[in-house]
Write a protein that binds this ligand. Structure first.
Ligand code: BT5
Length: 264
């Protein structure tokens, strides 16, 4: 597998907001952590941190993101959105739309968004989003938007516990895929979706998000710290909260949590 050529990626970019600068590493602990340090030192919106491998790739809630060298994409982009802090979770939803729109043309199957941050194909995880915001009470200072997407990661090289739960573009199509082309498309799609979010709010992305939403009508269990809610997922509201009809027929708007589907 050849390494990513950042100059070649830059030459193909026509993004308005994102991609002003790239920090490229053969290996990092976590691109999100490195990007956070850069953001705290004043790095500008749109700067990317990319690594060929991560030794401590991070999922949410302290979970691990498997990040073997040279086969996938692992990157973080620094955003300084003009959004209210309560709307910071919309960055994750925006990224899920950009990811689904990037992946859809690459495979025959339809990618599905599992609220809030997973992209699944055939019920297996192909990509994940970890966005981490630093806010003061009235404004967002920065958001580190981290994305991991499995491209040429074959099931045979996955750890046993992932093999039944994860997939990659190459596993789905049977062919290796050019990582640089996917990176360029993904940056363009993120740039466009982020622009729409900033300018018009989540409402501008909601119908596209809805199109990829995979849990509609399903009975789900949502875990959020020690809180558990069970009900039927109906969709998302205009702000991006998951609308759940609980067993008493009450509608609840859920802003964060882990969703487990109780039926397929
Ligand atoms: C996520 O967490 O899905 C967020 C993943 C974000 C990773 C990117 S890579 C670049 C940037 N820098 C970082 O350090 N992180 C971000 P969560 O929803 O908590 O899912 C984590 C779970 O996904 C794990 O517990 C595994 O079950 C599964 N998993 C781990 N590695 C995977 C992989 N490569 N492909 C598919 N599933 C994976």
């Amino acid at each position: 597998m050849s390494s990513l050529d950042i100059d070649r990626i830059k030459k193909r970019l026509a993004a308005k907001r994102l991609g002003g600068k790239f920090h490229y590493f053969a290996e990092l602990g976590s691109t999100n952590l490195h990007a956070r340090t850069l953001a705290e030192q004043g790095a500008a919106q749109g700067e990317f941190v990319i690594a060929e491998a991560q030794t401590h790739g991070r999922g949410r809630l302290g979970r691990r993101w498997e990040s073997p060298p040279g086969v996938n994409l692992y990157f973080s982009v620094i955003l300084r959105p003009r959004l209210m802090p309560v709307h910071a979770p919309q960055i994750t939803l925006m990224a899920a739309v950009a990811l689904a729109e990037t992946i859809a043309p690459l495979i025959r199957q339809a990618p599905v968004i599992k609220w809030p941050n997973d992209i699944l194909v055939n019920d297996r995880k192909l990509a994940g989003v970890l966005s981490e915001a630093a806010c003061s009470p009235e404004r967002i200072d920065h958001v580190i938007l981290g994305i991991g997407i499995n491209l040429n990661y074959r099931a045979v090289s996955m750890p046993a516990e992932l093999r039944q739960r994860a997939t990659s573009v190459a596993d789905l199509t049977g062919n290796p895929i050019d990582r640089e082309s996917v990176m360029v498309r993904l940056i363009h799609n993120l740039d466009r979706c982020y622009g729409e979010l900033e300018e018009y709010g989540f409402e501008a992305l909601r119908s596209r998000w809805d199109k990829f939403f995979g849990l509609r009508g399903r009975r789900v269990r949502i875990e959020n710290h020690e809180h558990v809610v069970i009900g039927r997922a109906l969709g998302i509201d205009r702000n991006g909260a998951l609308i759940l009809e609980d067993d008493f027929g009450e509608l609840q708007n859920i802003y964060a949590g882990d969703v487990i589907s109780l039926e397929s």
